[in-house]
Design a protein around this ligand. Sequence first.
Ligand code: DGL
Length: 261
Amino acid sequence: MTIGVYDSGVGGLSVWRELRSRVSGHLIYFGDTAHVPFGEKTPEQLSRYFADSLAFFESRGCNSVVVACNTTSAAVLPRIRHLVKLPLIDMIEGAKRAAAAARVKRLGVIATKATVNSGVYQRALEESLPGSRVFMQAAPELVPLVEAGEITGPRVKRALEKYLEPLMAEEIDGLLLGCTHYPFLEEPLTELLAGRAVLIDPALAVTRLALEAWPQVQGSGATTEFWVSSDPEKFEAAAKLILKEELPPVNLRRPPEEDIR
Ligand code: DGL
């Protein structure tokens, strides 16, 4: 089985690192870096990028896709999912599961602007956590920092403090990472939360959902090929900083003419 893994850039690697140690078969990671950050794009733009990536995954022989991007999961999938032929796993189902398992009463969620604006996340979480409150916070400065491989230091700390402040004022007891770039900020986040709220990363829950949907891939030793839509060297450098390991050479697959910025 060949599984496509989709994100705007290095964020989806937080899901990929869970997948690769639990699945067999072949993974094709595609970071649409020509269009990062997705959080600043319109649902129409995001739908075009996703449709194009599906065509790419199909052309590479994928028979399923993990949408390792909350923004696409929230702003695109509810509109077009019924049109997609490939079986998909998305982030929202995983987030719901991970949040329910954490048994929190006041859940803070940090996510991109497009995810927050979609309203989809808040509704999904409120439905699956009856009796709990959900507080959404857009955190637009974080994706560019992670894309640059900057995951610690004063700029990261200042940005996180700004986004966590309104959530801490609501006395949250859990913080859900509603963007796949954010798990790479675990260290400064843990420090700032100082035990007052548990950190919830849906990556493992998403991987388990994939294994439930496609039990034939249960195993280990998956191989991966990496693709981006611009600047493979930048992706390789950032991936090395955030994963603390070297990726195999990353391939370039440019976006269609009309989608070049
Ligand atoms: N990592 C993606 C997400 O989970 C996209 C972030 C972005 O490009 O703004 O939302």
